[in-house]
Design a protein around this ligand. Structure first.
Ligand code: SF4
Length: 215
């Protein structure tokens, strides 16, 4: 059965006009490779509890830039079946409808008296629409930067940027790790990285009730 949804054409997106998107994708892939290589050096001896099927970090709210989303979905269109892609889009659109108000609030300035959207992000909890039935990521090779960093880096206060199991596992140990925020800032040398939103938002933009034109 053919897909319910049209194929996404990155070149047709208005914000991509004038950008060498294939070079941007290549630079993003190179950044992912560099970060993965450092993470391998800094975490391979730590016996972290992260393993395929443990999706604790994918059941919160994971943020990514438009460039990362377009890169991932471009890959998914070549690698996943029509049925898999339809399932992802259906789930993402349903999540957007449930959480619309909070998700759209991320496009506004932070609430009065707050420096960022941190507290708002803590309100947003959902199972990532890209998880499969076994709790594995369907787009693992091209997953966003923050998921790569989660569980193997420091947060801004020198604590572990990760789930409770990683924090407990590393408690009291002296470790040398990357810092998540400064590593993630490397993204901003690339185009289409000024915004961070969640997957359901991007799927809504492409396939929701007022989708942009796709060809
Ligand atoms: S895209 Fe993959 S790694 Fe990222 S939150 Fe979703 S399931 Fe997890």
């Amino acid at each position: 059965m053919a897909s319910t949804y049209p194929m996404f054409n990155v070149f047709a997106l208005p914000e991509v006009q004038g950008i060498d998107i294939m070079t941007a994708f290549a630079s993003l892939a190179a950044l992912y490779d560099q970060v993965d290589a450092v993470l391998e050096q800094t975490t391979s001896d730590l016996d972290l509890p992260c393993h395929r099927g443990c999706s604790a970090c994918c059941r919160e709210s994971v943020f990514l830039t438009p460039l990362e989303f377009y890169f991932a979905w471009q890959w998914a269109q070549g690698e996943l079946s029509d049925e898999e892609r339809d399932r992802i889009i259906d789930k993402a659109l349903a999540l957007y409808d449930i959480h619309r108000e909070v998700i759209e609030a991320f496009n506004e300035p932070p609430p009065e008296g707050e420096a960022d959207h941190f507290l708002l992000a803590r309100e947003l909890r959902f199972d990532c629409p890209l998880l499969d039935e076994e709790g594995a990521c369907r787009i693992y090779p091209v997953r966003e930067l923050l998921s790569r960093l989660f569980g193997g880096t420091f947060d801004d206060k020198g604590g572990i940027y990760g789930c409770q199991w990683v924090k407990e596992h590393l408690e009291g140990r002296h470790v040398t790790l990357l810092t998540a925020r400064t590593t993630a800032q490397h993204l901003h040398t690339l185009p289409l990285t000024d915004q961070r939103q969640v997957y359901p938002y991007y799927f809504h933009r492409l396939y929701g009730d007022s989708p942009r034109e796709l060809t």
